[in-house]
Write a protein that binds this ligand. Structure first.
Ligand code: DC
Length: 219
């Protein structure tokens, strides 16, 4: 089968990264977690003690920011392993804000398009099917109820020994959904040619199998 590009979009905690990672392994594709790139910008802003409102300073910092992924999905920012740091709840909330800035998006979208030129990429994010790779051969729009997503995130935190209330996670997911769907630049929307998959009551393997089947149907 010829190498293609796959776009996976959807709200936070719908399972996009988990699924993309497994698919990439199976297909020998490269997984690019675009959310992790926005998260690095937020984390770097914090390291530089920039106010989250200081759009200009945040934008001017990006060109000096090297973001690299290894084969296991670990994320390195200017050589430093930030895989865990970028997942902290505080950074998630900052990221949702930082990713509303058009120039931040422009710079990261450019990097993403450059990488995916070679084909054989799976990108997951919010604007992949609509903005980053409008020509992707397969576009998935992955959704799940707020409750299903909050439960999964809660479980992840429990397994990692992180102490956080379920209600906080639930509210944060609702808030991030609102911010991601209502921002002016590239809000989260389903591309008209995307296939919607509701993962609320599906397990990981069922979602992977669905996408593999869709891939065989791509002309
Ligand atoms: O997928 P995630 O939860 O790691 O994304 C973190 C934040 O980044 C989220 O608030 C939405 C934003 N994001 C975005 O605006 N565009 C993308 N392509 C990926 C993520």
């Amino acid at each position: 089968m010829k190498k293609m590009n796959i776009a996976i979009d959807g709200p936070s905690a719908a399972g996009k990264s988990t699924i993309a990672k497994l698919l990439a392994k199976q297909l020998k594709y490269v997984h690019l977690d675009t959310g992790a790139m926005y998260r690095c910008v937020a984390l770097a802003s914090k390291h530089h003690h920039l106010s989250v409102e200081d759009e200009e300073q945040i934008v001017s910092m990006i060109d000096k920011l090297e973001i690299v992924f290894d084969d296991l999905g670990n994320v390195f920012m200017n050589g430093q392993d930030v895989t865990k740091d970028i997942r902290e709840n505080e950074i998630s909330m900052l990221t949702s804000k930082v990713s509303t800035y058009p120039k931040v998006r422009e710079k990261l979208v450019q990097r993403q398009q450059e990488m995916a030129k070679a084909k054989g990429y799976i990108l997951d994010g919010r604007d992949i099917g609509t903005v980053v790779l409008p020509d992707a051969e397969l576009k998935i729009y992955m959704i799940a109820s707020v409750e299903a997503r909050a439960k999964r995130r809660y479980q992840e935190y429990v397994e990692k020994g992180i102490d956080i209330a379920y209600d906080t996670i639930y509210k944060d997911i609702e808030e991030r959904d609102y911010q991601d769907m209502n921002r002016k630049t590239s809000p989260l929307t389903k591309a008209s040619d995307a296939v919607e998959i509701d993962t609320s009551s599906l397990n990981i393997q069922e979602v992977v199998d669905k996408i593999l089947k869709l891939l065989t149907e791509v002309k």
